[in-house]
Design a protein around this ligand. Structure first.
Ligand SMILES: *Cc1c(COP(=O)(O)O)cnc(C)c1O
Length: 409
C-alpha cells in the first residue's frame, strides 16, 4: 500500500525497511519513466493525480501523530507537502545525485531562497559575473540590504577563485554555462577552493538539467533547477527546485520552510509529467542545437556563435570533460548592422518567436541589449540568444537562412 513513494522516502528518513529499489543502476530513461510514481497507492493509476488540499484531517489522535511524522508524504497541512511535491522532489534529488530536494513556485524563488537559507549578515558572497540577471539584482539589492557583501567574479576564474575567498566567504554561486554569454565554469576547481575555507557552492544547473551535468560529483552543495525550463518542457508552468547534499540539506529545508513557499498541484503535476519525456526531448533539443549552431557558424552575417559544445568554442574543453550532453540554448553575435536591419531579421523569422522563458518545445530568439560586459570588445554586433525547440532542424535552418539573408536586402 505504501509503495514506491515511501520506499523512496527512505533515503531521507531511513525509517522503513523495504528492499531498496535498484534504481541507481537503471539507465536514465528508465529512471525518468519510473521515479516519482506510485500506482499502488492510487488505485493503480499510472500517474499521481493532481491532489488538491490545504487541510488534512485525522479522526484519531494516533493518526494525527502519525501525520506529523516528517517522513509522511501526505503530511499534516498542505503547505508541508503533498504526494505530488514529495514525489517530484524525490525524483529530482535522485536525478541530480543529491540527498534531498525542495520545490519552489519558480526558478528564481529556488535561487533566492537557496541563498537566503544559508547566508547571514556579515557574510561575503562570490557570485559569477555571468549570473542570471534577476539573481544579480537580488544579490545587489536584497542581500546587500540584509548586510551581506556581494562580489562578482570572472566566470572563467577556475581555481584562481582562491585569491578572492575570505574567511567569511559563505557562498560561491556558479552558473555554467552563463545563460546569455555561455562561458563554461570549472566547477570542480572552484568547489575545491571553496571547500578549503568552508564556503558552500550553490549552482544554477538549469542549462544542463540534471541529465547532462552531475553537479554533486563536481563538489556542488546545492544544485538549482528552473524546472520551468526543461523539466516542465512545454511552456505551461513555472516551478523551481533546489537539491542539497546531506550536509547542507537541513539548512536548505529549514530556511525554505520558514518562508512558506509552496507550489500548486497543477504545476507539480505538469513537472512530473515533463520528467517522463525529458530524455527524448533533450536528445532532440541537443541534435537541433548542434545542427543549427554549426550551420550558423558558416553564415557571413554571423560574427561568433557562443555554444560550448561546438569544437573550437572556448568552453568546449570543459564541456567535453564534465558534461554528458548539450541542450538547446546558445547565442550568436551578428556582424555590426543597423537597427532597421536587426528589426528585419527578427520580423522575417517565421518559426522563432521573441521570448524569454526557454526550455519549451518551441524555438525562440531574444535580442540582448545592451550586450553583456563580459563579451570581448572585438564583438561589437548585436547579441541574439537562441533556443532550439523540438522542430525539425532543417526547417529551423531554412528559417534562419531566410532571415539572415534578408538583412542585406
Ligand atoms: C529562467 C531561469 C531562471 C528562473 O526561472 P523562473 O522559473 O523563470 O523563475 C533561473 N536561472 C536560469 C539560468 C534561467 O534560465
Amino acid at each position: 500500500m505504501i509503495g514506491i513513494l515511501i520506499r523512496m522516502m527512505n533515503k531521507r528518513s531511513e525509517m522503513l525497511s523495504d528492499p531498496p529499489v535498484p534504481a541507481a543502476e537503471w539507465g536514465v530513461d528508465t529512471q525518468l519513466t519510473h521515479w516519482g510514481r506510485d500506482p499502488a497507492s492510487f488505485h493503480g493509476l499510472v500517474n499521481i493525480p493532481a491532489c488538491r488540499g490545504s487541510t488534512i484531517v485525522a479522526s484519531t489522535l494516533e493518526e494525527w501523530d502519525a501525520r506529523k511524522r516528517p517522513d509522511n508524504p501526505m503530511a499534516s497541512y498542505g503547505r508541508f507537502g503533498s504526494p505530488l511535491s514529495r514525489a517530484f522532489e524525490q525524483a529530482v534529488a535522485e536525478l541530480e545525485g543529491g540527498h534531498a530536494a525542495i520545490v519552489f513556485p519558480s526558478g528564481l524563488a529556488a535561487c533566492t531562497h537557496a541563498l537566503l537559507s544559508i547566508a547571514r549578515p556579515g557574510d561575503h558572497l562570490l557570485v559569477t559575473d555571468s549570473v542570471y540577471g534577476p539573481v544579480r539584482s537580488f544579490a545587489q539589492g536584497v542581500l546587500k540590504r540584509l548586510g551581506m557583501e556581494v562580489e562578482f567574479y570572472d566566470p572563467l576564474i577556475g581555481g584562481g577563485i582562491r585569491n578572492l575567498l575570505r574567511a567569511n566567504t559563505r557562498v560561491v554561486y556558479v552558473e555554467s554555462p552563463g545563460s546569455i554569454t555561455f562561458e563554461m565554469q570549472d566547477v570542480a576547481a572552484i568547489a575545491q577552493e571553496a571547500r578549503r575555507v568552508g564556503a558552500l557552492v550553490v549552482m544554477d544547473n538549469t542549462w544542463a538539467s540534471p541529465l547532462f551535468f552531475k553537479a554533486f560529483d563536481h563538489g556542488v552543495d546545492i544544485s538549482i533547477q528552473a524546472a520551468t525550463k526543461y523539466i516542465v518542457g512545454h511552456s505551461d508552468a513555472l516551478l523551481g527546485v533546489a537539491t542539497a547534499n546531506r550536509a547542507t540539506w537541513e539548512l536548505l529545508r529549514q530556511g525554505a520552510h520558514d518562508f512558506g513557499q509552496t507550489a500548486g498541484p497543477d504545476d507539480l503535476y505538469l513537472a512530473l509529467r515533463g520528467l517522463r519525456s525529458m530524455g527524448v526531448r533533450l536528445r532532440q533539443h541537443q541534435a537541433g542545437s548542434m545542427a543549427v549552431a554549426d550551420w550558423l557558424r558558416g553564415h557571413p552575417a554571423v560574427d561568433r556563435v557562443l555554444h560550448p559544445a561546438l569544437p573550437g568554442d572556448p568552453g568546449f574543453g570543459i564541456w567535453r570533460r564534465d558534461y554528458l550532453g548539450a541542450t538547446g540554448l546558445f547565442a550568436v553575435v551578428l556582424r555590426p548592422i543597423s537597427g532597421a536591419q536587426l528589426s528585419r531579421f527578427f520580423d522575417r523569422l517565421q518559426l522563432f518567436s521573441i521570448g524569454l522563458s526557454w526550455g519549451g518545445f518551441e524555438s525562440l530568439v531574444l535580442p540582448v541589449e545592451p550586450p553583456p560586459r563580459s563579451l570581448p570588445p572585438s564583438l561589437s554586433g548585436p547579441l541574439v540568444r537562441i533556443h532550439i525547440g523540438l522542430e525539425s532542424p532543417t526547417d529551423l535552418i531554412d528559417d534562419l537562412r531566410d532571415a539572415l539573408d534578408g538583412i542585406e536586402r
